[in-house]
Design a protein around this ligand. Structure first.
Ligand code: FAD
Length: 461
């Protein structure tokens, strides 16, 4: 018998979704957090070996500890934002970016603490400020501190500073690279913790680690994309000004892709360009190898992307994200709540349930300003005939003959459409930030626990 001939059973098995088992995801997540803690703690253990430099007293030693803690935490940020899938997989990219934001704040507070203690209690050690006269390693330390503060200010206040996303990204990368290089130079120049080979290896490892992650993200991954371009094969207009771009792979398609995930898209640009945008893959893996992005023209780039001509070349970096029914294999049914273009990851999950012939009950509450804004309304109504789907449209400004729900999705709308047995079902939310915040609170007051609510945020920074 020829082993390579596929029987119908083999084909069916091959099409079985590759579900993420909750305990595997949990174990993976715990392992990543432990690794992160080790990455911060191990440097301290290495630094406390060998000959101790003469102590400058408790406050001096404490200040040095803060400095090294900060450096370890900062080095970790490169790994967290380096699009390493084994790090983002258990949590989802948005949660990892959120953790990056708060850990960076923590690291910069440690840097400030390190400096403030020396400034207050050991000021002569800081020498002069003028870089032409100061010791170079102390200037390097000040430069690093300036870069790290710059990173926080430009990220927290990007919109108020009217900093365009692509400029912010280039600046972020530059400040991070210069800041980290200056910080390692500062430690090596000050030189009181480089006396053993283990300590020298530690600094070499930190430097190689962050440069390695940068090279992986900005050189190696784009070079893989360059070998696997995509071609836009259709651009279809949808309700609400959304355009659905269908892409066909010209090399290797997406690998281990799950419904509801997103990818970074570049169209008619070099794969090495820093200008790329995250969009949900709005089709299901079962309908691959072609993929589709459904783009609402909300700003300058999305407006250009929505008009992409058929035949354009594209590069796709993904998949990322965890907003997927494949995380929820045990669910008895699903509550899905979408606002506007937030329908895209929900649509992808529905397509997957449809392709798998999954008959679990789904209640979809879909809010839009008007009937004409309700993207994919025909596709959704078509899916109703095949899925066990209850579809509730909610319109802010309904047409005259509308007899459905009106206004915003609020506690009363939810109470009317979500019977008591749905409280333990997963609730998948995607839409504008204020809508997600409001609906999450309303679901809480209905008795839905936070562990049953999952949401996708369309804004990473
Ligand atoms: C995980 C995820 C999935 C998304 N899926 C979809 C989708 O399916 N359909 C859809 O229409 N939109 C989606 N978006 C939103 C989409 O990425 C933004 O609307 C788009 O990037 C805006 O770019 P712009 O230059 O046109 O708008 P601008 O007006 O320049 O930017 C508007 C806001 O979008 C964000 N943004 C801009 N550029 C980037 C960038 N390069 N990377 C990250 N964020 C950026 C910033 O917060 C910015 O303030 C998704 C976003 C995320 C994070």
């Amino acid at each position: 018998m020829n082993d390579t001939v596929q029987t119908p059973a083999d084909t069916a098995k091959a099409r079985q979704p590759d579900h993420d088992r909750p305990y595997t995801v949990l174990a993976h997540g715990v392992a990543i957090v432990l690794l992160g803690v080790l990455a911060v703690v191990v440097p301290f253990a290495i630094l406390s070996t060998g000959e101790r430099p003469p102590s400058g007293g408790l406050i001096w030693d404490f200040s040095m500890g803060l400095g090294f803690g900060a450096l370890a935490l900062l080095a970790l940020q490169f790994a967290m934002t380096g699009r390493l899938r084994w790090i983002t997989h258990p949590f989802g990219a948005d949660i990892v970016y959120l953790a990056h934001r708060y850990l960076s704040w923590g690291a910069v507070l440690l840097v400030l603490g390190h400096f403030a203690l020396i400034y207050v209690f050991h000021q002569p050690a800081l020498g002069v400020l003028n870089p032409l006269e100061a010791r170079w390693e102390l200037t390097a330390g000040r430069l690093a501190m300036g870069c790290f503060l710059g990173l926080i200010v430009t990220s927290e206040f990007r919109k108020r500073l009217h900093l365009r996303h692509e400029w912010w990204r280039a600046l972020h990368l530059t400040l991070a690279l210069v800041g980290m290089t200056a910080a390692v130079a500062h430690v090596l120049g000050v030189g009181n913790l480089t006396d053993t080979p283990a300590k020298r290896w530690l600094w070499l490892g930190v430097t190689a680690g962050f440069i390695g992650v940068l090279a992986y993200t900005h050189l190696l991954r784009p070079s893989m994309q360059a070998r696997n371009p995509w071609r836009v094969v259709a651009n279809t207009a949808e309700y609400g000004g959304v355009h659905r771009l269908e892409l066909a792979p010209e090399g290797r398609g997406l690998h281990r892709w799950k419904p509801g995930q997103f990818a970074w898209l570049k169209v008619e640009r070099s794969p090495y360009s820093l200008i790329e945008h995250p969009f949900t893959i709005s089709t299901a893996p079962e309908k691959g190898p072609n993929i589709a992005f459904s783009i609402k023209p909300l700003g300058d780039h999305s407006s250009v992307l929505a008009k992409t001509p058929v035949g354009a070349r594209a590069y796709v970096d993904g998949p990322y994200g965890a907003f997927s029914i494949d995380r929820l294999a045990e669910a008895e049914g699903f509550v899905m709540i979408a606002g506007g273009v937030g329908i895209t990851p929900i649509l992808s999950n529905l397509h997957a349930l449809d392709a798998r012939g999954d008959k679990r009950p789904i209640i979809l509450i879909y809010g839009n300003p008007s009937w004409d804004e309700a993207s994919f309304r025909d596709e959704l109504s078509d899916m109703k005939s095949r899925l066990n789907l209850t579809l509730v449209h909610v319109l802010d400004e309904p047409p005259n003959d509308w007899d459905g729900e009106t206004g915003r999705i609020d506690d009363k709308t939810l109470a009317r459409h979500l019977p008591a047995q749905t409280r333990d079902w997963p609730h998948l939310l995607c839409g504008p930030g204020p809508m997600i915040a409001g609906v999450t609170a309303d679901l809480g007051s209905l008795g839905v626990s936070a562990s049953h609510i999952d949401y996708e945020i369309f804004e990473l920074v």
